[in-house]
Write a protein that binds this ligand. Structure first.
Ligand SMILES: Nc1ncnc2c1ncn2[C@@H]1O[C@H](COP(=O)(O)OP(=O)(O)OP(=O)(O)O)[C@@H](O)[C@H]1O
Length: 274
C-alpha cells in the first residue's frame, strides 16, 4: 500500500528518520494522518499561486533534511521558497539555467553509475542497507526552468533531463519532487505527468488544469481541484498510483517552524559528519 493513514494525534517522529520511512503530509477529511511511501516514487505538486504548494513542499523537504540517509538537491527558481533549506542541502541551484542543467547532468551521471553498480551486483534497486544516500531532487518552480529563463534548447534539455530522472531515478534512489503554479499542458506534458506515482493538486482555476496534474478524466468523475475554494488553503487532492484522489490538508509549517526544523537538521548533519 502506498498511502498510509494513522489516527490524528499520534506523534510524528522527527529524529532518526530515513527516506525509507513514510513521509507525513497532512490530515485527511476523517482526521487520519496521511503518510506516503516516497522511496522508489516521485511526486508532482501543482496549483494556483497561494494555494499551499510551498507549505506542502516544506513538509517533504523537512523529512529529507531530517533523514540521515538523504542528500537534498534543491532547484529553486524563485530562490526564496527553498532558500531556508540551503544550509542543509548538498546542492542548491537558484535562478540559473546553466547551473541547473549542469547539476541535472551530474544527477543523471550518478543515476547511470548506480545502475551500473546494481547491474554488476545483479540487483534491481538500492535499499536501506546500501552505503549511498537517497537523493531528494526538489524543483520549484518547474515552469521557471522550462518556460521562463534560458533559451528554447536549454528549456528542452531541462525537461528531457527531468523526465529521464523521473523515469529511471527511482530504482537508483533518486526521488524527484516537482512543483508548479502553472498547471498547463506545455509545462506538464502528459508524458511527464504520467511518470509521477504521486500527484497532489491544490486549488486550480479550471477543471482542465486540475486534470493536468491528476490525470485526464478525474475532474469529470468528481475529483476536481477547481472545486477547492480560495479560502481552503493547504487543501489538495492527492492521487497515489492505482488509487483514487483523496482530499487532505497539508500539515501547516510556519516560517518559524521551518527555521526550527532547519536548525535541528543542521545539528543532526553536523553530528553525522563528526
Ligand atoms: N496547510 C495549511 N494550513 C493553513 N494555512 C495554509 C496551509 N498551507 C498554506 N496555508 C496558507 O496559505 C498561504 C500560501 O501558501 P503557500 O505559500 O504554500 O502557497 P503556494 O501555492 O506555494 O503559493 P505560490 O505559488 O505563490 O508560491 C500560506 O502563507 C498560509 O497562510
Amino acid at each position: 500500500m502506498l498511502l498510509k493513514k494513522r489516527k490524528h494525534g499520534d506523534t510524528i517522529p522527527v529524529s532518526g528518520l530515513s527516506m525509507y520511512d513514510l513521509v507525513h503530509l497532512g490530515v485527511d477529511e476523517y482526521g487520519h494522518r496521511v503518510e506516503i511511501e516516497l522511496i522508489y516514487r516521485n511526486i508532482l505538486i501543482g496549483g494556483e499561486p497561494g494555494a499551499g504548494k510551498s507549505v506542502a513542499l516544506n513538509n517533504i523537504v523537512a523529512h529529507g533534511a531530517l533523514a540521515a540517509d538523504c542528500a537534498l538537491w534543491l532547484f529553486d527558481g524563485k530562490q526564496v521558497e527553498l532558500g531556508l533549506w540551503e544550509d542543509v542541502s548538498e546542492v542548491f541551484v537558484g535562478p540559473d539555467i546553466d547551473l541547473a542543467l549542469l547539476r541535472l547532468r551530474q544527477l543523471q551521471a550518478e543515476c547511470n553509475r548506480r545502475y551500473q553498480e546494481l547491474t554488476a551486483a545483479k540487483r534491481r534497486k538500492i535499499d536501506r542497507n546500501d552505503p549511498v544516500d537517497v537523493i531528494l531532487a526538489v524543483i520549484d518552480e518547474l515552469a521557471y526552468y522550462t518556460a521562463t529563463i534560458g533559451t528554447k534548447d536549454q528549456q528542452e534539455e531541462f525537461i528531457l533531463l527531468v523526465r529521464d530522472l523521473v523515469a529511471r531515478g527511482r530504482a537508483a534512489g533518486i526521488i524527484v519532487v516537482a512543483a508548479t503554479q502553472r498547471p498547463s499542458a506545455d509545462i506538464i506534458p502528459t508524458s511527464l505527468r504520467d511518470l509521477f506515482g504521486y500527484r497532489w493538486a491544490f486549488r486550480c482555476t479550471t477543471d482542465s488544469s486540475s486534470d493536468i496534474i491528476l490525470g485526464r478524466g478525474w475532474a469529470q468523475l468528481g475529483y476536481n481541484a477547481a472545486t477547492i475554494t480560495p479560502a481552503e488553503r493547504g487543501i489538495g487532492l492527492l492521487l497515489a498510483e492505482g488509487g483514487f484522489p483523496g482530499r487532505l490538508k497539508s500539515a501547516f509549517l510556519s516560517d518559524s517552524h521551518t527555521y526550527s526544523l532547519v536548525d535541528y537538521a543542521r545539528d543532526l548533519r553536523i553530528r553525522k559528519a563528526a
